[in-house]
Design a protein around this ligand. Structure first.
Ligand SMILES: Nc1nc2c(c(=O)[nH]1)N[C@H]1C(S)=C(S)[C@@H](COP(=O)(O)O)O[C@H]1N2
Ligand SMILES: [Mo]
Length: 266
């Protein structure tokens, strides 16, 4: 029996069915060599999904190597603890409305993505066509409050992999160093903007969220699309994203310009 390098892995005879499936899945793309970096916690989070066509949606997507390559590079980071959907707040706090004022028509909204040498726009339907993930986590604001909240959307890492953005070649990555160092995001009116390190942006729990508590996002929470990045404080969880830019220079950041730490990691 071959010896595997997966950390925190129980002995084979003690494996649960879930762990056995996970192990088989890892073997299925062991050629990629980085599979062993996928922590057990991610698998748990990904499999806590309803069945769709007999196969958990997340299992189907994890088997689709093309769509998971990018996140695999950075998946050995710490994961934010997750909670049961029943633990999520029903009354979700609203905080911060910079960039949400003025005229805005969600019907004509598009997501513009750019980087040196490449630009594209995506519709909300194209984002919804990416694998959907639910995430229930403790959202933390630097002002001192936190709340367990339930969001759903597409992983930014899956978008990056599918549309081959984020790498300097504009193609599939061959290693971590292929990626631009930073991601910047802006609201349509440029009234709010954040900068993120690429590893946080491609973290497997980082979502482009279009649902909250199982329903379409409301305007105060950032409709039609907002960032959910549980490894960062609330300020980085930008609402009403309309532009995403990849670059090696650190993008400007609304709250960093006002004296907060740029990275604001948890
Ligand atoms: N566009 C935009 N996004 C934003 C903010 C903002 O002022 N404008 N505030 C941030 C802060 S400080 C927090 S705590 C969260 C709050 O998200 P919520 O209103 O959905 O609770 O949004 C973040 N994203
Ligand atoms: Mo915040």
């Amino acid at each position: 029996m071959e010896k595997e390098q997966i950390p925190h892995m129980p002995e084979r005879e003690k494996l649960t069915t879930e762990q056995q499936i996970r192990r088989r899945t890892l073997n299925a793309f062991a050629w990629f060599g980085l599979a062993s970096l996928l922590p057990v916690g991610i698998w748990k989070a990904l499999t806590a999904k309803p069945l769709e066509g007999g196969v958990p949606t997340a299992l189907r997507s994890i088997l689709d190597v093309n769509e998971t390559i990018a996140s695999t590079y950075f998946s050995n980071q710490h994961l934010a603890p997750t909670f049961a959907v029943s633990e999520a707040a029903k009354q979700v706090r609203v905080n911060g409305a910079a960039g949400l004022g003025g005229k805005f028509d969600p019907a004509t909204w598009q997501l513009a993505i750019s980087q040196p040498g490449k630009a594209l726009t995506l519709s909300l339907d194209e984002i919804k066509a990416l694998p959907k993930y639910d995430l229930v986590f403790d959202f933390k604001c630097v002002e001192g409050w936190s709340q367990v909240q339930h969001w759903a959307g597409a992983r930014l890492a899956d978008l990056v992999a599918k549309y081959q953005v984020g790498t300097r070649t504009g193609q599939q990555p061959t290693g971590e160093a292929d990626f631009f160092k930073h991601v910047g995001m802006e609201t349509p009116d440029k009234g709010y903007y954040v900068g993120l390190d690429i590893a946080s942006a491609l973290h497997p729990q980082t979502l482009l969220a279009y649902e909250m508590n199982g329903e379409a996002l409301t305007a105060p929470h950032g409709a039609p699309l907002r960032l959910i990045v549980p490894v960062k404080y609330g300020v980085k969880n930008m609402k009403r994203i309309s532009m995403i830019t990849f670059a090696d220079d650190r993008p400007r950041d609304y709250w960093a310009e006002r004296g907060y730490d740029y990275y604001l990691g948890l």
